[in-house]
Ligand binder design. Structure first.
Ligand SMILES: NC(=O)c1ccc[n+]([C@@H]2O[C@H](COP(=O)([O-])OP(=O)(O)OC[C@H]3O[C@@H](n4cnc5c(N)ncnc54)[C@H](OP(=O)(O)O)[C@@H]3O)[C@@H](O)[C@H]2O)c1
Length: 212
């Protein structure tokens, strides 16, 4: 697939690098081609390229949004038309003071992203764990059991495309439902941060899905 990243820091860089390794064509939508994050990503992941945002998005099947939540409106401004019909993967998390939900748990950040890009097909994904797990999703010793990546969105075809990308990166995609379910994923993120980063468990854990 042709994949474009808006935001290429911890999360964007890790996912972009592994998507290149998985054989995808990956482009950075660079507002500033000389920013540290763009230069670091290009140096770390041969095969990545950087283009101006509108040009990078025009060529994309799937666009990842991996900016600080507070920067989303700025990052998407002027790109609404370019994003029409595109799968837009919302990797961002609204985190408030004291590890609370940044929107007071009244709505999800993903639904706010949808308002910023009304004609995009938004899918929440790659949010519920620390970026270390996007550098490597490998958890040896569990046989065929894959780590779970919960996703949410309103467009079935968009979720199918993101599920394929999850599989390419070593995850089992688990469909949590409509985009409004993103609120629950964002609370899962808060739980992961609390356990992993505050309580000292570290970054090396994820969830798996068992079914019968
Ligand atoms: N860190 C984690 O473990 C983790 C895990 C899951 C989800 N998340 C979520 O993922 C998002 C990114 O986190 P991160 O840790 O990757 O952040 P980060 O390392 O700070 O990277 C942020 C990226 O966004 C770009 N950016 C900032 N403001 C922008 C704007 N106005 N327009 C366009 N691009 C802009 C930055 O570019 P410049 O270098 O040019 O400033 C940088 O490439 C956040 O919403 C976070 O909550 C984080």
């Amino acid at each position: 697939m042709n994949i474009t990243f808006i935001g290429i820091g911890n999360v964007g860089g890790a996912l972009a690098g592994n998507l290149v390794k998985a054989g995808h064509t990956v482009t950075i939508a660079a507002r500033d081609a000389n920013s540290d994050s763009v230069k670091n990503a290009l140096a770390a992941h041969p095969g990545l390229r950087a283009l101006a945002p509108a040009e990078a998005i025009a060529a994309a099947d799937v666009v990842f949004l991996a900016t600080p939540y507070a920067a989303n409106a700025d990052a998407l401004r002027g790109l609404e038309a370019a994003l029409a019909g595109k799968v837009l993967v919302d990797c961002t998390n609204p985190v408030g003071a004291g590890l609370t939900h940044g929107l007071g748990s009244q709505t999800s950040g993903a639904e706010e992203v949808q308002k910023l890009a009304p004609a995009a097909r938004v899918v929440k994904a790659f949010t519920i764990y620390g970026y270390e797990n996007f550098i490597s999703s490998a958890y040896p010793g569990y046989g065929d059991l894959k780590p779970a990546m919960l996703i949410a969105g309103d467009d079935a075809a968009a979720k199918a495309a993101v599920s394929q990308l999850c599989a390419d990166l070593g995850w089992r995609a688990v469909d949590a439902g409509a985009l409004s379910a993103s609120l629950h994923l964002e609370h899962m993120t808060l739980l992961w941060i609390k356990m992993g980063r505050v309580q000292g468990k570290g970054a090396g854990f994820v969830w798996a899905m068992l079914e019968r």
